[in-house]
Design a protein around this ligand. Structure first.
Ligand code: C5P
Length: 217
């Protein structure tokens, strides 16, 4: 097969990355988590104390290398997969990703990564902007309480207890910022297939999407 692009979009905590990663493993395809890339930009900006509110600050992207390989995010060659999940990064990533300059740089890397490949790419604007000609587009949703519950359990496994109501609130705020911003807001592509994962297991969603891929092959 020459090139098969699958675009998976959806709000925070809808299971995009876990599901995309499992599908890619099963099919032997490449997976790119674009949220991790925006998080890496945010991490770099925070570590280097740039003014997050000024679009000109992000010129540093001309000299910073961001790669996504085998479910790891590399910032100038260093694996920062754990650091990008910090609360500080999570609280600032929607602001950083709202700047056209940042998006232009990331979209360029993402489109280059997809060229000529079988790839599953997940994010917010994959079906609408990054891969508008993707053979399959999926929009994953789940109600906000369920998404918060998943994040809560993830943290619990890591030994961290967080306030559930605060988590619901944080996710709702990030959804609002991501879907109301001017540049490439989170929205379902007109030709995307919606899967509500609220009452489905990860395995059920993975199987559903693999079935859809097989139908299109
Ligand atoms: O997917 P994740 O929740 O890790 O994404 C972190 C943030 O990165 C999102 O809340 C959003 O602000 C931004 N993002 C984006 N476009 C993408 C992927 C993520 O703006 N394609």
């Amino acid at each position: 097969m020459k090139e098969f692009h699958v675009a998976i979009d959806g709000p925070a905590g809808s299971g995009k990355s876990t599901i995309s990663s499992q599908i890619a493993q099963k099919l032997g395809w490449i997976h790119v988590d674009t949220g991790a890339m925006y998080r890496a930009v945010t991490l770099y900006a925070l570590e280097n104390q740039v003014n997050l509110n000024n679009e000109d600050s992000y010129q540093f992207l001309d000299n910073v290398k961001i790669d996504y390989q085998d479910d790891k995010i590399l910032l100038n060659g260093k694996d920062v997969s754990r650091e990008i999940r910090s609360e500080e990064v999570t609280n600032n990533v929607s602001l950083v990703s709202s700047f056209p300059y940042v998006r232009e740089k990331m979209v360029f890397i993402q489109q280059k990564a997809a060229k000529g490949k079988n790839i599953i790419m997940d994010g917010r604007d994959i079906g609408t902007v990054v891969l508008p000609n993707a053979k399959l587009k999926i929009f994953l949703t789940a109600n906000v309480e369920e998404r918060a519950k998943r994040r809560y359990n993830e943290q619990l496994i890591k030994g961290v207890t967080v306030d559930f109501e605060e988590l619901v609130n944080d996710i709702a705020i990030r959804d609002k910022k991501d879907s109301t911003r001017k540049e490439s807001p989170l929205k379902k592509a007109v030709d995307a297939c919606v899967i509500d994962t609220t009452y489905l297991t990860i395995e059920q969603v993975v199987d559903k999407i693999i079935n859809l891929i097989e139908k299109k092959e």
